[in-house]
Ligand binder design. Structure first.
Ligand SMILES: [Zn+2]
Length: 303
């Protein structure tokens, strides 16, 4: 029986259904799955479908089918953020009642003068207010990332008061992800490094809501030879669910792992078993894309 102070590892992969599963997402899925399995923990899938205008019909089902084709199955029923508005509202109500969040009528246009950073309301009248978290002057968040080391962000200066619910009624990603990670008992957030600069905001929200802070590991981004991030909308990026082994071998290399560990695998179960046995979290690089031969073969790089 585990002691009350021991929390067993619970990781997750949380794709947005804005298109097909691309190589960068596969890297995050495979990396988070390997870390969860390495720790003997659970791996959950959560669909982050909070932004209907950006979503593609059927994309969520196709992404889940692609994950299944890669042998990556959620250990618990898949959760969808579009079903969880009541949880987000409870969190907002608590923050408003505590004076930690406020209604804001400022439009993007009026905030342009301050570079989009909200420090104080400059407009008072609008039908539907946004809700923002109050970020007092001097709010600096420091945390350790397992891959990138110590991180520090001056949230007040760089981000300002940030949106929890948009004026159009949609929940902000920052709020939903914090509420869901806590509700699902996530102990380890493993995701792409494009979300590294969201982490300080999420930690502030965890503190405001009295929620536990998970550990963080941000995996390397898939970069082109010019060092720029490949766009999610890059048509060349979807992975081939009919032929999972090459993409998994490439993802393995982008995770800094020794390619020869998987050489003998001829089928998916063998490859995943070899990967679990050989996986070494300590060699995951902070930056990817420096070795062109490790790039997925179906990607055409911009020059
Ligand atoms: Zn405002």
């Amino acid at each position: 029986m585990p002691s009350p102070t021991t929390t067993s590892y619970r990781g997750r992969f949380a794709p947005s259904p804005t298109g097909e599963l691309h190589f960068g997402s596969l890297l995050a899925a495979f990396g988070s799955w390997l870390l969860a399995r390495h720790a003997g923990g659970a791996w959950l899938v959560r669909v982050e479908d909070l932004d209907p205008p950006r979503e593609v019909a059927g994309a969520s089902e196709r992404q889940l089918a692609t994950l299944a084709a890669f042998g990556l199955h959620s250990d618990e029923p898949v959760v969808r953020q579009s079903d969880r508005g009541a949880l987000y509202q409870v969190a907002i109500d608590r923050l408003l009642a505590a004076g930690l969040a406020f209604e804001c009528h400022c439009s993007r246009t009026v905030l342009a003068a301050s570079g989009g950073i909200h420090r104080a309301c400059v407009r008072t009248k609008r039908a539907d207010p946004a809700i923002r978290l109050r970020v007092p002057d001097g709010t600096v968040v420091t945390f350790e990332d397992a891959v990138h080391g110590m991180q520090s962000q001056d949230v007040a200066g760089e981000v300002g008061d940030f949106v929890l619910r948009r004026a159009d009624g949609y929940w902000a990603y920052q709020l939903a992800v914090v509420v869901d990670d806590a509700a699902q008992g996530i102990t380890d957030v493993v995701r792409g490094a494009d979300l590294l600069d969201s982490t300080a905001r999420q930690i502030l929200l965890q503190r405001a809501l009295g929620l536990p802070m998970p550990r963080y590991a941000h995996l390397p981004l898939v970069l082109g030879q010019d060092g720029r991030k490949l766009s999610k909308s890059d048509a060349a990026m979807p992975v081939d669910a009919d032929d999972p082994l090459p993409a998994l071998r490439e993802a393995w290399r982008w995770l800094g792992q020794a390619p020869e560990a998987l050489t003998s695998a001829q089928d998916l179960p063998t490859l995943l078993a070899l990967a679990r046995a050989a996986f070494d979290p300590s060699v995951i690089p902070a930056r990817g894309g420096r070795t062109p031969e490790a790039a997925p073969s179906n990607v055409t790089f911009a020059s």
